[in-house]
Design a protein around this ligand. Structure first.
Ligand code: ATP
Ligand code: MG
Length: 695
């Protein structure tokens, strides 16, 4: 073409590399760790002592030493954490650090399995089941074995999945898990095994992998296939792991396999902050590290750089109550600052009012909103605060506890895409068949069976003979799926367009089902926006199953990272972060610790560590608040009088200054002191109302 326009390359501007003075920017122990040559290294230290910082500097140092960035693997707890650490490394050593592979265990497993899976007999196009999909599949197994009908007491799908997952992640035998957690189900031990066998076969027959499989297959690839193990382990020369206290047995096995050739492994953790035992994490990984890796160097850090002394006094006291503990008491040079506040509120609305007022006050003193966070035990506990923040126009971003992708309507739409991607995806087939008017359980089951009989070929669903009632729905679905399949070819925006077509049918179903359909439709708009950012369907589906958006900002609405927004976060999602001012709300027994975690001492200890994590996020200001009264339907009572969290015992409370909130009297409700004679006698008006007519 003659009218082609010349497009000159832009000048390539690369930030000049600054020379990093490792010794000046780190203390002696941190420096020793960051510049440690080769071989296993354990950094075990308390909150805010610079563990993550040291890891960033170690990445930078490795690159300066000449280790090719793409041969470094950095494993973190969230993708966001990896991105931030690598962004910091980039500031130190420049853009080359972008070559470093950073991510979560699950994300990395996914990448490796897509690449090496086919050599080990895994299908290249497997679909990932998230937790609720996995539970649904467990339900299909349970029903297929007739265990659902035989006895009502047979455990529910959630319990089955929990036991399964725990067993896989911890290597604890199923019988032992039942004895410990579900003694009432011990008699069903054999049935558990049958369900798990069916579940495993079902996944394999349908090219489905659950979260645990990602880790399990990665471990097996390293342990049972020497040829491939060499290739996989040969990808990296150095492996670094942050938050090692929250890894499980399976992850320790993976690390062992990944670095058996070079043993260049650095792990960083704090046993006092282990908060994922409920998912099978174990601090034994930290404790056993020196034994697992002979000759490992151990570095401990005791200086806290984050918090002021008064805050540290309070958190040191809080964690000193923990039953088992290995890391030392921390000190800081950040003397000065006031004691943290312990705020008693009359009820939730007063607590909310206080938090918002104080945030505005600190903001006026010059602290940006993004330097403040409100933390709570569970996502729903911020509902009242969110309403108030919205009313008062304070922008916020919420992390953790997001239910967006768990919403039924979002899962419904995804089910269409998933059967296109993997025609064997039984869970999604059920889901979408049952949506269709005229198709019930029996027809759905027959349809799935007939597809299985035809080896799940693309045409299988079209060949299914539906009963008369279901004919129209069947034909519509065949048309839609055929349409979507015809729309092959990867181009930008394709996934979003597919969602548009699905919605041409689905939105009507939604309108039929719900009275208030608008918020649901706008969720689907959001899903579409997110989908627009992915190159193809497979990447999109894997990404949202693996790294579901965990903050409102990840969803594209709410705030930009650049904006000045307050952070609301669950305590779990606050791990590793820090803010100038931190509010911990609902420090009430039953809320924090949460009521359902009060079952065993271990669970209570984990809740204590979680509160420790929450409070140690604060640099200069910490306020812990508890409402005295709560309307609480969750606990069965309408109204209850609350007790302050058991973790704030008398001794711990001494490290706080008590703050009592003054109530602003509502002027319209105070009796008018000047009124002497009543204007009207209300009682007299009613007195004779029910008197007999002629009295
Ligand atoms: P957590 O246990 O909460 O994950 P951590 O041990 O990973 O904490 P970091 O987040 O790395 O701690 O560091 C806490 C804060 O202290 C950060 O702001 C960090 O930049 C600062 N810091 C750590 N070490 C130093 C140092 N040697 N000089 C200056 N600042 C430091
Ligand atoms: Mg850290």
């Amino acid at each position: 073409m003659n009218d082609a326009r010349a497009y000159p390359p832009r000048e390539r501007r690369v930030e000049p590399k600054r020379t990093v003075d490792f010794a000046a920017e780190l203390n002696a122990a941190q420096h020793a760790a960051a510049t440690h040559r080769d071989g296993p290294l354990l950094i075990v230290a308390g909150a805010g002592t610079g563990k993550t910082r040291t890891l960033v500097y170690r990445v930078a140092h490795l690159i300066e030493r000449g280790v090719p960035p793409q041969r470094i693997l950095l494993l973190t707890f969230t993708r966001r954490a990896a991105q931030e650490m690598l962004a910091r490394a980039e500031k130190l050593v420049g853009q080359t650090s972008r070559g470093v592979h950073g991510g979560t265990f699950h994300g990395t497993a996914h990448r490796l399995l897509r690449r090496f899976g086919p050599e080990t007999g895994l299908p290249g196009d497997f679909t990932i089941l998230d937790q609720s999909d996995a539970e649904d599949l467990m339900q299909l197994s349970r029903a297929a074995l007739g265990l659902g009908d035989k006895t009502k007491r047979f455990p529910k799908k959630e319990t089955l999945h929990h036991v399964y997952s725990r067993h896989v992640n911890t290597d604890i035998p199923v019988g032992a898990i039942l004895r410990e957690e579900y003694p009432r189900f011990i008699a069903f031990e054999d049935d558990f095994a049958r369900v798990f066998a069916d579940y495993t076969a079902r996944k394999q027959g349908r090219d489905l992998l659950d979260y645990d499989d990602l880790l399990l297959y990665w471990a097996l690839m390293l342990e049972s296939a020497p040829g491939i193990a060499d290739k996989v382990a040969g990808l990296y020369d150095h492996i670094l792991v942050d938050e090692y206290q929250d890894t499980n047995v399976l992850q320790a096995r993976i690390l062992k396999g990944m670095c058996r050739m070079h043993r260049n492994i650095t792990v960083v953790g704090d046993d006092a902050q282990s908060i994922y035992a409920f998912r099978g994490a174990t601090i034994r990984n930290i404790l056993d590290f020196p034994r697992e890796y002979h000759g490992a160097a151990t570095v401990t850090l005791e200086e806290n750089y984050r918090s002021t002394q008064p805050i540290l006094d309070a958190t040191n006291l809080l964690i000193s109550r923990a039953e088992e503990r290995f890391s030392k008491e921390l000190f800081t040079r950040r003397t000065g600052g006031e004691k943290p506040w312990l705020v008693t509120a009359q009820d939730e609305s007063q607590q909310t009012r206080f938090v918002v007022d104080r945030i505005l006050e600190l903001h006026e003193e010059g602290i940006p909103l993004r330097e403040m966070a409100v933390l709570f035990r569970a996502g729903y506990m911020s509902a009242d605060l969110e309403i108030e923040l919205t009313a008062r126009n304070i922008p916020f971003d919420k992390w953790g506890g997001l239910k967006f992708l768990e919403a039924a309507h979002v899962k419904d739409v995804l089910a269409f895409l998933r059967v296109l991607e993997n025609p064997r995806d039984e869970v999604s087939w059920y889901r979408l068949l049952l949506l269709m008017p005229g198709i019930g359980e029996v027809t759905a089951r027959n349809a799935v069976q007939s597809m299985a009989d035809l080896a799940w070929s693309h045409e299988a669903f079209g060949r299914f003979q539906p009963p008369p009632r279901a004919r129209e729905a069947h034909a519509a679905l065949v048309r839609l799926l055929g349409d979507l399949r015809g729309n092959a070819g990867g181009d930008e925006g394709r996934v979003a367009r597919e969602i548009t077509r699905v919605r041409a049918m689905y939105d009507d179903i939604l309108r039929e089902r719900y009275d208030r359909v608008e918020p649901r439709l706008s969720d689907l708009d959001q899903l579409q926006t997110i989908a627009g950012g992915y190159p193809d369907r497979s990447t999109f589906l894997s990404a949202i199953a693996l790294e579901p958006p965990s903050a409102t900002s990840d969803l594209g609405f709410g705030a930009d990272a650049e904006d000045d927004t307050l952070i609301l976060s669950t305590a779990h999602s606050s791990k590793g972060r820090e803010w100038d001012a931190v509010f911990v709300i609902w420090a009430v027994d039953g809320y924090f610790p949460m009521a359902r975690a009060l079952g065993s001492d271990d669970e209570i200890e984990e809740e204590r560590r979680l509160m420790y994590v929450a409070m140690t996020r604060a640099r200069n200001h910490l306020a812990v608040s508890y409402p005295l009264n709560a309307y609480d339907t969750r606990r069965g009572a309408d109204y209850s009088i609350d007790q302050v969290s058991r973790f704030l015992d008398r001794g711990v409370r001494k490290a706080f200054q008590k703050v009592v909130l003054e109530t602003v009297a509502d002027p319209s409700l105070t009796p008018d002191a000047d009124a002497t004679a009543p204007e009207v006698d209300l009682r007299a008006l009613l007195k004779n109302r029910f008197a007999p007519p002629n009295a």
